[in-house]
Design a protein around this ligand. Structure first.
Ligand code: NAD
Length: 512
């Protein structure tokens, strides 16, 4: 796991840090929140949490900063994001290591998370010159119509533990080029990754002589900070990533004040494995999709719907592949699966497996909590493969752990029905060499998810596409495509360059 005191030093982090700031740190009145590494259970350090007074300061500075930032031309805002991306490039190795240390991702995934920030910075830079509005032909003579996009205001970004910094950047970099300021409430499980990120980005903002409050951080209790943020009328948009239960609450509170929300909630991602598939390719993709980030991605493969004819061969190949997966220290090159985030996650996994058995399912591989050596941290598990029926209640839930449910099907219609019958709708895939089947899967009667793939897994999305899902996943979209529009307000403009006032829809109103 290496010398993490040195790592903190290299990222300008102390063992105790304040949890709130706007460009410089505030003295926080709240309790010390400990960040514990799931790798060995050791405390990395403590963060003083923000309370009401700090909250007020952060929001008022972000509101003031918005008034200045929105006047910076969009391509110049893009250039600031470009510089932030370069600062991330320079710090990729260190920040990637801190992410691995704090949430237990294997090192290549910790570094990959920083790469995702760099990629979205590049995307945002290009987008900053493409905040296009349409022009329309007016039905009135000598009139011109067009639409334009204006900045929205300070945006609240709430993030989950499993992508402790990348999800913030998907929101923040697009929000920045749109002319907004951003207040970030990260997961309390990964406060140091957020603080290190802020230190890197604030340096860039300072070097450019920009005011405080363009990018702010708030770490604190849900009751003090989270609730205040979602209820605050000064914040027109809340982007919230996390569990479905969190999203149900956040959406209600934001809607109650007629605010906007982007909801990126839990997934329960399924793949269909057809008899025509290249089995080796499917197994390799499914192992990464099910075990990457130890099964703690919103896009993790949780259900595999396999054709009856190839079921036996598929299960044998999958078990062989699982046997080759090394579980252990995320910093060791040979490790493919690190720990779960904490003991609570291990308990949830064990509870889900008990429910599965009670509902008639069967474990065919793994599921145990590991012990001995590094495993004594109590956070390491053997990933689990189970046989289940599509309609078991537990199969309809997202358990944030490496449990894979195998379900057999006979016809493609049955496979799609099984696939779509869960409440979540994030990511999906089919493995097939039959073009008819893949077209059915991609059609409007096929997958009901926000992401649908053919011959690749459900996770590892590219930032160029719009990311998000349907149904209980919340309907939000982040990152690429035309998602920037959500972070701006649309204005439709009509200009009359005639000497008349013609009315539309044939209405006559002649005052002589
Ligand atoms: P979580 O719901 O426990 O917490 C997510 C965030 O919401 C945290 O910052 C938390 O403090 C905050 N929060 C919770 N209640 C709040 C409230 N009342 N007001 C304001 N903020 C509140 O989720 P988690 O355990 O950190 O992450 C795992 C979950 O996140 C999984 O369900 C996973 O699928 C989901 N997730 C979804 C996506 C996506 O893009 N769809 C991405 C990553 C994770």
């Amino acid at each position: 796991m290496g010398d993490y005191e040195k790592l903190l030093e290299n990222l300008n982090l102390s063992r105790e840090e304040p949890g709130a700031g706007t460009g410089s740190w505030l003295k926080c009145g709240g309790k010390l929140l400990h960040s514990v590494s799931p790798i060995n259970g050791e405390v990395i350090g403590g963060v003083y949490t923000a309370e009401g007074e700090e909250y007020e300061r952060i929001v008022s500075v972000a509101v003031d900063a918005f008034k200045e930032w929105r006047n910076v031309p969009a391509p110049k805002r893009g250039d600031i994001v470009r510089q932030i991306g370069n600062a991330m490039r320079a710090n990729k190795e260190k920040l990637g290591s801190l992410i691995s240390l704090e949430v237990g991702k294997i090192k290549t995934e910790g570094d990959g998370e920083v790469q995702e920030m760099i990629d979205i910075a590049d995307f945002a830079l290009g987008q900053s010159r493409m905040l296009y509005g349409k022009t329309m032909h007016s039905e009135r003579k000598k009139h011109r119509m067009y639409e334009q996009w204006h900045p929205l205001g300070p945006i609240g970004v709430i993030t989950a533990f499993n992508f402790p910094v990348a999800v913030w950047s998907w929101n923040a970099f697009i929000a920045l080029i749109a002319g907004n300021t951003v207040i970030w409430k990260p997961s309390s499980v990964a406060p140091f990754s957020a603080i290190a990120t802020m230190k890197i980005v604030w340096k860039v903002l300072k070097e450019n002589g920009l005011p405080e409050g363009i990018l702010s951080l708030l770490i604190g209790k849900r009751v003090d900070i989270g609730e205040a943020l979602i209820k605050d009328d000064r914040i027109p948009l809340i982007s919230a990533t996390g569990s479905v239960s969190m999203g149900l609450h956040v959406s209600k509170e934001v809607a109650a004040r007629l605010g906007r929300s982007i909801l990126e909630l839990g997934g329960n991602n399924g793949v269909i494995v057809s008899p025509s598939t290249d089995l080796d390719l499917a197994v390799r993709a499914i192992v990464f999709g099910a075990l990457g980030t130890a099964g703690q991605r919103c896009t993790t493969i949780r259900r595999v719907i396999v054709h009856k004819e190839i079921y036996k061969a598929f299960v044998e190949a999958l078990i062989q592949a699982y046997n080759r997966v090394q579980i252990g220290d995320p910093f060791a090159n040979s490790t493919l699966m690190g720990p779960l985030i904490n003991h609570g996650a291990v308990t949830s996994m064990q509870t889900a497996l008990k429910k599965l058995k009670d509902q008639g399912g069967r474990i065919v591989y793994g599921g145990e909590v590991l012990s001995g050596g590094i495993y004594n941290a109590g956070t390491y598990v053997k990933p689990c493969i189970c046989e289940a029926k599509a309609d078991y209640p537990i199969v309809h839930e997202e358990t944030f752990a490496p449990i894979l449910y195998l379900i057999q099907y006979r016809t493609i219609d049955e496979a799609i029905r099984y696939h779509n019958e869960v409440p979540q709708g994030l990511s999906s895939a089919i493995f097939t060499n039959d073009i008819r089947e893949s077209e059915i899967f991609l059609s409007h009667t096929g997958s009901d998810c926000g992401i649908a793939n053919v011959n690749l897994g459900t996770s590892g999305a590219e930032i160029g596409g719009a990311f998000g899902g349907e149904k209980k996943t919340g309907g939000g979209r982040e990152a690429g495509s035309d998602v920037w529009k959500t972070y701006m307000r649309r204005q439709t403009c009509t200009i009359n360059w005639s000497n008349d006032i013609p009315l539309v829809q044939g209405v006559q109103f002649d005052i002589g």
